[in-house]
Design a protein around this ligand. Structure first.
Ligand code: ADP
Length: 380
């Protein structure tokens, strides 16, 4: 006979009487084998999660050490996103349950208003939603691997075509092949170069977006300064003034964070207006994250299109003849989201843009990476 595996539930609830009520309701209505572990605080739950795996985590939003949506934030920041979470709210007056859903939880229950059957149904539905979410995630992963393999395998022949075409362009005299053939050859060189840059951008998109994070506590100012030092040559010639404030420490992968700064600063210079580019990087700690802002005085973005710019291959008419492929911001978004952060832009056409993104603040017990960058006074 085939027996059902035991469903493991972690309940994070500071009130023992509520926890008892929860267990009684579940025992009454859930007719599959189940086990409930009870943590009284987030800290205790992290200890349990370190040695156990659970099918469902139920979190009361009002805990002694955190309250409301901050509890969800803290849970995902410390435990990671791979948990099927249901939240218990004290009331639903401010749409807090829906907001918790947007943050990645599967369902919410209003305390004192759910009965045993409702609770059991909520658990079953959440498990099904979690299964579907994982299936979708797997399909996305397969697609990413495919994109990676395609970009990787195309890069080598495309690079060779570009190199051979350049040799032909250098070796063949217009007198021998004629004006028209020379133009065809120039066109082949131009297109092969474009294809090479595109496959490189695609490879970056798949590699950087999927790279395993190597996180530590870091000073983002040092990282931002590195990214300025590594800007391509043409940006140096733009006479851009780049101001970097002192920034609160974050817990992040320094290589990936550098990539985000470099992309945003590079775009601030690339999409400049008539005036010399002025870029300002600042950051403020808000609860458990740091919100960075990278502002520029460039051409700006039509507010109606401000979410579109993060889509892969999306370029706006304002991009003009610049040679991008619309992948830079999509990569930034992937990197920021891999850190459980968000990225967005505020802009008015003609007066510049402010890109903002959040990254978890430095954590008490995480290792600290000490930067060894040479400080350039011009960057301050
Ligand atoms: P690209 O390689 O085209 O620069 P991105 O993903 O970095 O790709 O940017 C997508 C589009 O968003 C750009 O083509 C441009 O239209 C717009 N954009 C990005 N950053 C800025 C900016 N700082 N100012 C104005 N427009 C921008």
């Amino acid at each position: 006979m085939h027996s059902n595996p035991t469903l493991k539930i972690l309940l994070i609830e500071d009130s023992s009487s509520h926890a008892t009520l929860f267990k009684l309701s579940l025992d009454k209505a859930l007719n599959t084998p189940h086990e409930i572990d009870h943590a009284h605080s987030l800290t205790e739950s992290f200890q349990l999660l370190a040695t156990n795996s659970y099918n469902i985590v139920v979190i009361d939003l009002g805990l002694p050490e955190s309250f409301g949506l901050d509890t969800v934030n803290r849970f995902f920041a410390e435990a990671g996103p791979d948990h099927a979470v249901i939240v218990l709210t004290a009331s639903d007056e401010e749409g807090i349950g829906e907001e918790a859903l947007r943050m990645g939880t599967l369902d919410f229950l209003v305390k004192g208003r759910y009965g045993a059957d409702h609770l059991a149904r909520c658990i079953r539905h959440s498990l099904e939603r979690w299964r579907q979410r994982n299936e979708l995630e797997q399909a996305r992963e397969d697609l990413k691997s495919f994109a990676h393999a395609a970009a990787h395998d195309l890069r080598s022949p495309v690079t060779s075509i570009s190199a051979y075409a350049s040799i032909l362009q250098d070796n063949l005299d217009t007198d021998i092949i004629g004006e028209e053939n020379k133009e065809f050859l120039d066109q082949i060189v131009f297109l092969a170069d474009q294809a090479e840059r595109l496959t490189t951008a695609l490879l970056n998109f798949s590699v950087l977006g999927n790279k395993a994070l190597v996180r530590s506590n870091i000073d983002p100012k040092v990282v931002a300064q590195h990214s300025v030092a590594d800007l391509p040559m043409e940006f140096e010639e733009s006479m851009a003034r780049i101001k970097i404030d002192d920034l609160p420490e974050v817990n992040a992968d320094p290589d990936l964070l550098e990539h985000v700064f470099q992309n945003l600063i590079g775009n601030g210079i690339k999409y400049r207006s008539q005036s010399a580019p002025e870029i300002h990087i600042s950051g403020t700690r808000v609860h458990h994250e740091v919100i960075f802002s990278v502002s520029d005085n460039g051409v700006g973005i039509d507010p109606k299109l401000k979410d579109k710019v993060f889509e892969p291959f999306k370029r706006l008419p304002s991009a003009g003849a610049s040679d991008g492929f619309g992948l830079g911001l999509a990569i930034c978004q992937r990197i920021v989201e891999a850190h459980q952060g968000r990225i967005w832009v505020d802009s008015t056409e003609g007066t510049g843009s402010i890109f903002r993104f959040s990254i978890p603040a430095a954590q008490a017990n995480a290792p600290t990476l000490v930067g060894e960058v040479e400080l350039d006074p011009a960057l301050n």
